[in-house]
Write a protein that binds this ligand. Structure first.
Ligand code: NDP
Length: 311
């Protein structure tokens, strides 16, 4: 980057904390201006981030308005729109907004139009890789909208695994929503299969040894179920309510064109299972707890000692 850009980060949650830490490291290396500004609704978290990584805690949201690049990582597009409405009037024309929230494509198009009126370019940049990927900078980014060199160089800092340009503004959010639908579907279907096998007398860790060397394997059978479910940890770091939000975006929004077969849609069944789980267990539990709902229905648990067979 020829001129070092001032970057501000909004939302130090499970994902934002690590992404902002990587930005702070890049600022120390001179890739972007130092310090990186961080704002969080709960100020004590941004104070902790400042103390740990050398970022600068913005106590009030308007304190970040003069940054060249604003990055948001908030629960939903509703919070992004609220922050954008508050910040846009004071922002510099020509600045850039990178939204790492897993947002709603239509809302993103609306926010993008609103920002454009203030001369601000928005791109959607949802990420995949979880809190561990955020901490290591090894995220996959799904980008919607027109990227330029500044956007590319900033996204490179935290999405070292892969950056995919998906299309127009909102396209990144559309792909992310479907990705998470597949994630949840794979988890639920694998949980159903393992519960059926357990009732039939096969222990889950034994079944996984075979499945993970066979064609039924997935990230869920190879990593997520062994590390989070069989161990009874259930703390991957992604809230069940946020997963439901993504699946609703995919099923109610993107798959609406499949109106004629929604009754039979597998993704609709995934959404119903997540809705049932949020009702029973709450928004904030880990998304892997969706298998607790299946276990309660089945009357048995997927306990075991299996270790992950892939990363
Ligand atoms: P968290 O719940 O851990 O963090 C949410 C963040 O948003 C916190 O900083 C919180 O502030 C802030 N926030 C919540 N409500 C408001 C509000 N009304 N106004 C301002 N700030 C608010 O979420 P994650 O970090 O897990 O997720 C963030 C986004 O990333 C979501 O869209 C999620 O779907 C997506 N994502 C999550 C992944 C994961 O594995 N966790 C993986 C990939 C994408 P406060 O500290 O004050 O509560």
């Amino acid at each position: 980057m020829a001129e070092r850009k001032q970057v501000a980060f909004v939302g130090l949650g499970a994902m934002g904390w690590g992404i902002a830490a990587n930005l702070a490291a890049a600022a120390k290396d001179g890739k972007i201006a130092s310090p990186v500004l961080v704002w969080n609704r709960t100020t004590s978290k941004s104070e902790q981030h400042e103390a740990r990584y050398g970022t600068r805690c913005a106590r009030a949201l308007p304190d970040v308005s003069q940054a060249d690049v604003i990055i948001t990582c908030l629960p939903t597009s509703t919070e992004v729109a609220d922050v954008a409405r508050e910040l846009a009037p004071a922002m510099k024309s020509g600045s850039l907004w990178i939204d790492c929230t897993s947002g709603d494509p239509d809302s993103t198009k609306y926010i993008s139009r609103m920002l454009k009126e203030a001369g601000i370019t928005m791109i959607d940049c949802p990420v995949s890789g979880g809190p561990d990927g955020a901490a290591s900078g090894q995220l996959t980014a799904m980008v919607g909208g027109d990227t330029n060199d500044v956007a590319q160089s900033v996204i490179n800092i935290f999405a070292k695994k892969k950056i995919v340009r998906c299309g127009i503004v909102g396209a990144g959010h559309a792909v992310k929503a479907m990705n998470n639908c597949l994630n949840a579907a794979h988890l639920i279907v694998a949980g159903e299969a393992l519960l059926a096998l357990k009732k039939w007398g096969v222990q889950p860790e034994v079944a996984l040894q075979a499945i993970n060397a066979s064609s039924g394997r997935s990230l869920q059978t190879e990593v997520r179920i062994p590390t989070q479910v069989l161990t009874r940890r259930f703390d991957y770091g992604f809230k069940l309510g946020l997963m439901l939000k993504d699946v609703r975006i995919a099923v109610d929004g993107l798959a609406a064109c499949q109106e004629d077969r929604r009754g039979n849609s597998i993704l609709t069944a995934v959404k119903k299972m997540l809705e049932q789980s949020v009702t029973a267990q709450g928004y904030d539990v880990d998304y892997t707890c969706v298998l607790r709902t299946l276990e309660l229905e089945a009357g048995c648990e997927l306990q075991g000692s299996a270790v992950p067979t892939a990363k």
